[in-house]
Design a protein around this ligand. Structure first.
Ligand SMILES: [Zn+2]
Length: 412
């Protein structure tokens, strides 16, 4: 339950309920990363952004939980605007239908279904589909476009309701959304109830291993409560009478873990991949608190280097703007302490962000055209995982600063 401030702090591990949580990284206090503001004088709510490590089970997590009502009811991000994601989910649906030989009319339920990006190809493949998504506007949009979507949070009781009305699901999917959920026991009880005995639960989550390897610290924000490995995912499922039977990696969000789960004793043979992933994670010491302390130090160094680079450029009278206003850009700006004194504005292609200000740092977000009318000397690439296409698009307009993992200038 959220307290009156819209957030609360957990004292127990989200996966094992243990009390041995150790704080390993603090990114300060920030507003929710998607809470762009209309008026820079408007009061904002800041919540601590801290990563904790469970010494009992090795699970890495945020312990400050911001109310999902605050984060997701007015969610405006529409998945299908990204052709890369459309293709990703089309392939996922095709693979699942083929691998598990789904019969026509099998029920497929997607938790956090957004605009129906994953369910659409299932429907085209002859499946009965149902979306669950609390973002009311997006859910209405999805339903109108032919993907029936219930505008609620998925819970055990919601699952029981769906099972009673529509029967059991052959496939349940949860992509990205799985790391948004605080009460995993409840949602997994729901999944277990709604899933057919020979059904498959498919999860895609940010992969903690890649986060560490690629320094993706800016994917840490309040929406992302959980940072899974194959080991912690297997532990979680095992505790709740389920079983991870296959694991693979996909390249979405800089590296995600795709996990196949069934009820314990289900029809699928447990693949060797599960043991291989866990072994690799052990060899990288992902269940060792010291790994995260080192990671925190590395980010601290990144911060100092970038701040120095930007300060030097400002001292030389250079103008700097940002490119891309993704949620993760706000973790970077807030934690690195970069605001309007450094960036004149941030260019972003999504029209709903234009005219708004970044949460916490209050930098105006403007359309692409501003770049040619107000020519900057440097562009700080905040959407740095898309650095290549951004630099191609803006070639010749300015020099580029890639902020992570080690700040560097391109184009000099
Ligand atoms: Zn734990």
């Amino acid at each position: 339950m959220a307290d009156s401030d819209g957030a609360f702090e957990r004292k127990t591990c989200r996966v094992c309920s243990g009390r041995s949580l150790r704080k390993v990284l603090s990114l300060g206090s920030t507003p929710p990363a998607n809470a762009f503001v209309r008026d820079p004088n408007q009061e904002e709510r800041f919540f601590p952004l801290e990563l904790s490590f469970c010494s009992d089970c090795g699970f890495v997590q945020l312990t400050h939980v911001v109310s999902p009502e605050l984060l997701f009811r007015d969610y405006v991000y529409v998945s299908s605007t990204s052709p890369v994601f459309v293709e990703h989910f089309r392939q996922l649906a095709a693979m699942v239908m083929n691998r598990f030989r789904l019969q026509p009319d099998s029920l497929v339920v997607d938790i956090g279904s957004n605009d129906g990006i994953l369910l659409r190809p299932f429907k085209e493949g002859g499946m009965r589909v149902l979306g669950i998504d609390p973002a009311e506007k997006i859910a209405a949009l999805a339903t109108k476009s032919g993907i029936e979507t219930i505008p609620i949070f998925f819970t055990a009781s919601a699952a029981a309701d769906i099972a009673a009305k529509r029967g059991k699901a052959k496939v349940i999917t949860a992509t990205s959304v799985f790391s948004h959920i605080d009460n995993l026991d409840d949602i997994l009880a729901g999944v277990k109830n709604l899933l057919a005995d020979d059904g498959v639960f498919v999860i895609e989550v940010y992969y903690l291993y890649e986060l560490l390897e690629k320094n993706l610290f800016d994917t840490i924000y309040h929406e992302h409560l959980s940072y899974f490995t194959a080991a912690t995912m297997s532990g979680l499922m095992g505790r709740l009478g389920m079983e991870v039977f296959d694991v693979s990696e996909t390249d979405t969000h800089g590296g995600s873990l795709r996990v196949f789960v069934q009820k314990k004793g289900g029809p699928n043979k447990v693949s060797g991949s599960v043991g291989q992933f866990i072994e690799m994670e052990n060899s990288k010491k992902l269940s060792d608190a010291a790994t995260y302390v080192r990671f925190a130090r590395k980010i601290g160094d990144n911060r100092e280097q970038l701040r120095k680079l930007l300060a030097d450029l400002k001292r030389d009278g250079k103008s700097i703007v940002g490119y891309g206003a993704p949620a993760k850009g706000n973790t970077l700006l807030n934690y690195f302490g970069i605001g309007r004194e450094t960036l004149d504005y941030i260019v972003d292609d999504s029209s709903w962000k234009q005219g708004l200000y970044t949460p916490g740092t209050h930098i105006p977000v403007v359309p692409f055209d501003e770049l040619s009318s107000r020519k900057p000397d440097y562009i700080l690439v905040l959407a740095w995982n898309f650095a290549e296409p951004i630099m191609r698009k803006c070639v010749g307009m300015a020099k580029f600063i890639i902020p992570v993992p080690t700040p560097r200038i391109v184009g000099e």
